[in-house]
Design a protein around this ligand. Structure first.
Ligand code: 6R9
Length: 658
């Protein structure tokens, strides 16, 4: 058991909330699924694949694990993901069902039906082909959270061009790294988006990203959203609406192999270089749709479902685009932030669109708690019948508040554990079956084998903590890291040979529930966003005044963790700082520099300028001690420090405000 996993383990909560008999009676997820998966796991997944996905050609083999850890699911099967998300619903006669109630931050609305989406994805697919895109080419998407972003992703899937969505808050630098790594031929972006009450430019960031050096990007498609002034490169840049208008209105979806790459999504690992997580088509779609159906309990004919994640994150991929659309669900998609123009915006949207299922992150829930229950209490939230949580551990207090204040003390709450790498939900209560335990993700879904193991990879006893692992392959698992098969093997499959190591610590309680405590590696989780300490450190040391930097995550009441940086200045910067006394200014400059290098989500909450960093004799920074400082705790064991007096220096410097 690692020291860190032990000290972050959450307190055990004893209360239990069984589903109401009415909820259980109508629920999609039943005990029967566990029984069938228990009898024959592969037959169970084959059944789900045929139930949820329409195949152009049926598969011959469920799983080929002969080249482990590179899995092949539903071998020999052929399908088109965009057809599954759009065309099939139009063919089934439900084209006039609303796919998206789009809510723009400034208050504009648009209802987009499945038939509308059908028109859009066909034209967009042809527009991509007109720009020379072919199956296997990659496309970077850097867009506002709108139905057009969804259409852009689906148009790529339709022609077999893997997309790589980059969150609209990432910097030009971060965008460029991802474009280069994936070798994108095309970027689809917007002129801008509305966020925090103002238009925010996107296109200039793309221009900046593409300005330096040779690039693989040949064309840029620009969706008009804010109508702000933007630069234009003749021949390279094209308006999305003009390209769609000029394109042929009909496009026959092509059937691709079940293992055809669907997308690459970058996420932070333990080094400074983000990993391109690769997902393929058949298995991914199966598990995304299955979990969306049985965990979120979507009844597509009657529910209005709202996943608040941006499409730039995996949650938006699986639970706004591929899962719900494969089911033919009606959704809300919102562009902006929860406090625009007022702190009741989410609840106003729930009331107006009669949202029945809400899926959001603990950091948002804790923010709403801080703002006070009187805000949601001003709105009619009685349409809500199920609440979900994702992205980080949810503390029991926030769980109870969510259920009581937002769910009227009635709704099931599903705390869903999964990762960019797992592609879809892995551990969660099943709302019509499981008696929920606030703060615990509880049990693996039917067909998934997850365990808590000790240092040697042996399952821990009930009541003990250890590492979270997945012992059998699952359909939506990552198929690798783009361009780096070795990193895939080393990063996930070598800590416990042949077993997937998720990087999270967990605890098994006396009743067999799994409690996830958080990352045990150098990955931070800030408001549900993953960032590596190394990534932020390398952004800091790229600033001319910084000689060395160490970054740790400190617990934070609202964001779960907050980034705390310790920096050593270069000698000339120290002298300059002393002369002009620019402490606060320097800190602001460094924070902005990190925002420029990575994006605002990576801005350290706190930066402390120190004279030395605590290191072991082998030169490793002892982050554990820095965490103690950041969390105002008494220092732990300092005996392995090369120079124990360093900590006195740091503490003294911090006390004097230096
Ligand atoms: C979907 C998503 C994955 C990491 C994961 C873990 C944390 C996610 C959680 C949770 C406790 C939950 N995490 N869900 N921790 N309880 N219900 O968030 O993907 O951005 O890749 O993050 O998030 O630490 O390893 P991703």
């Amino acid at each position: 058991m690692s020291e860190q996993a032990a000290d972050t383990a959450v307190l055990v909560e004893e209360r239990s909330f069984p589903p109401s008999p009415e909820f259980a009676a109508a629920a999609n997820g039943t005990q029967d699924l566990f029984d069938r998966a228990g009898e024959d796991r592969l037959a169970f997944w084959a059944e789900q694949a045929r139930r949820y996905v329409k195949w152009d050609k049926d598969f011959e083999e469920v799983l080929d694990w002969s080249d482990a850890p590179f899995a092949k699911w539903f071998v020999g099967g052929k399908l088109n993901a965009c057809y599954n998300a759009v065309d099939r619903h139009v063919e089934a006669g439900i084209g006039d069902r609303v796919a998206f109630h789009f809510v723009g931050e400034p208050g504009d609305h648009e209802a987009v039906t499945y038939a509308d989406m059908h028109v859009r994805v066909q034209r967009a697919a042809n527009a991509l082909i007109d720009l020379g895109l072919r199956a296997g080419d990659t496309v970077a998407i850097y867009m506002p959270n709108t139905p057009d972003a969804v259409a852009a992703m689906l148009a790529c899937a339709r022609i077999g061009a893997p997309h790589s969505v980059v969150f609209g808050g990432f910097s030009a630098e971060a965008l460029r790294t991802r474009i280069d790594d994936v070798g994108a031929k095309l970027v689809i972006t917007g002129d801008g988006l509305y966020r925090k009450g103002a238009p925010y430019a996107l296109k200039p960031v793309v221009d900046e990203a593409l300005a330096s050096g040779e690039t693989t990007v040949e064309n840029v498609l620009v969706v008009q959203r804010t109508k702000q002034e933007i630069g234009w490169v003749e021949g390279r840049d094209h308006w999305w609406h003009e390209a769609l208008e000029a394109a042929d209105p009909t496009h026959e979806p092509e059937a691709f192999d079940s293992e055809h790459p669907l997308y690459i999504l970058y996420t932070s690992g333990t080094t400074g270089k983000p990993k391109g997580i690769l997902h393929t088509t058949g298995g991914y779609l199966t598990q995304a749709a299955f979990t969306n159906h049985v965990v979120h309990d979507i009844h597509p004919e009657t529910d209005v479902y709202w996943c608040t994640a941006d499409i730039g994150w995996v949650t938006g991929h699986s639970y706004t685009v591929y899962g719900p659309m494969t089911l033919g669900a009606t959704q809300v998609i919102y562009e902006g932030t929860p406090d625009q123009p007022h702190k009741g915006r989410f609840w106003e949207i729930v009331q107006e669109h009669k949202v029945t299922i809400l899926y959001t992150a603990p950091t948002a829930i804790r923010t709403f708690m801080k703002w006070g229950r009187d805000i949601p209490e001003q709105f009619d939230l009685s349409s809500l019948r199920l609440l979900g949580s994702v992205g980080e551990p949810i503390n029991p207090e926030a769980w109870i508040w969510y259920r009581d204040v937002i769910g009227g003390g009635q709704t099931p709450v599903v705390d869903t554990w999964w990762q960019t790498e797992t592609g879809a939900i892995m551990i969660t209560p099943i709302p019509g079956v499981t008696a929920a335990r606030p703060g615990s993700a509880q049990h693996p879904i039917p067909g998934v084998s997850a365990l808590v193991v000790d240092d040697e990879g042996r399952p821990v006893e009930r009541g003990s903590a250890g590492y979270l692992v997945v012992t059998e392959p699952w359909p939506s698992m990552l198929r690798g890291i783009w361009g780096d098969p070795q990193r895939f093997k080393d990063g996930y499959w070598s800590r416990f040979p042949g077993i997937y190591f998720a990087g999270d610590g967990a605890r098994l309680d006396e009743d067999g529930n799994i409690w996830i405590s958080g990352r045990i590696d150098d990955v931070m989780n800030v408001s549900g966003h993953r960032l590596s300490t190394a990534e932020v450190e390398s952004a800091l040391v790229s600033h001319a005044k910084v000689a060395e930097a160490a970054v740790v995550a400190a617990s934070d009441e609202v964001t779960g963790q907050a980034i705390c940086a310790f920096v050593i200045l270069r000698q000339d910067a120290v002298e300059e700082a002393d002369e002009v006394g620019e402490g606060a200014e320097l800190v602001a400059e460094l924070r902005n520099h990190v925002a420029h290098e990575i994006g605002s989500i990576a801005k350290p909450k706190k930066i402390m300028v120190v004279a030395e960093l605590p290191k072991t004799r082998s030169g490793k920074i002892m982050r554990r001690l820095l965490r103690d400082v950041a969390e105002h705790r008494e220092l732990g064991d300092v005996t392995t420090l090369a120079d124990a007096s360093v900590m006195n220096l740091i503490s003294a410097g911090i006390a004097s405000g230096k």
